[in-house]
Design a protein around this ligand. Sequence first.
Ligand SMILES: [Mn+2]
Length: 321
Amino acid sequence: MKITINKLFKLLCDNDNYLILTHRHPDCDTLGSAMALSNLLRSLGKTVYAVCPDKITEKQKRLMDGYGFEDTGAPYEHIITVDVASVKLLGKYEDLANDIFIKIDHHLNREDFGRYSYVEDDYASCAEIILDICEYFEKAGKYTLTKDAASYIYCGISSDTGGFIYSNTKPETHIRAARLLSCGVPASYIDEELHIIKTPDRIKAEGYALSNMQYDLNGKIASVSISMKTRNELSVTEEDIADIVDIPRSVDGVDTAFSVKEEVDGSFRVSLRSGITDVAAIASAFGGGGHMRAAGCTLYAGSIDEAREAIVKECKKHIKS
Ligand SMILES: [Mn+2]
């Protein structure tokens, strides 16, 4: 059931013992949203802890002030999901899908789950919704946005807008960011961590991507495939290749860019980015989802080339010539 912010305010006030769930393959939007919401709920005297179905990266841990999102097995009563578009994205927590109390999300292509849902699907990030909630509590005289919470929210916004570059960035996005900066958020530190600083292994992975790019549809599609064999040869981690799709998407003339990565279980993880084409529609053809211009899915195919071909075939259906 969709609820208003006033109803959400009442629900958060009237209940206690929260478990916040983030999505698998976590980004700083889901993590930052969870951290800021935890900060708000704790300041109200509530018990809350946040977990992630996957291990978070060292960089994410730094940005989240050392909080690792590990499951301590602590008891809880009410589950809140943040930035989770589908129950599949709950990973090992998928079996909790029917027990979700409140879903807070900004995805356009999302599943209907959770007893209550609070959604703003024209927001660039889920973290901005958390900011709205914080401000609602402020107006009610129950909370003052802290520098820490503001920093977590800023991480979410900067992460989901690619540092205010993606087309989801709106005037309101900048206005919200301005408010966060006025709380003392170390924006340039966060932006550098998120968008500039890379490990030597990440640079090595980018080198591989640069020299192994594949083009289709007269250069409108660019892709890079990284098999487990390549991963081992380069000795790069999942973290090193997490945003490798940024390499094909940086090529002039490319509309749709994607990366295919072989996973430990033999499946193929695909990340899609585009200029115009609705890549959420492409991802959803394979049971995935996301946003118009940034989406992802997991494929089960005989080989990485087969997986790549399947995506190219689907892209061709959606790219207007
Ligand atoms: Mn998000």
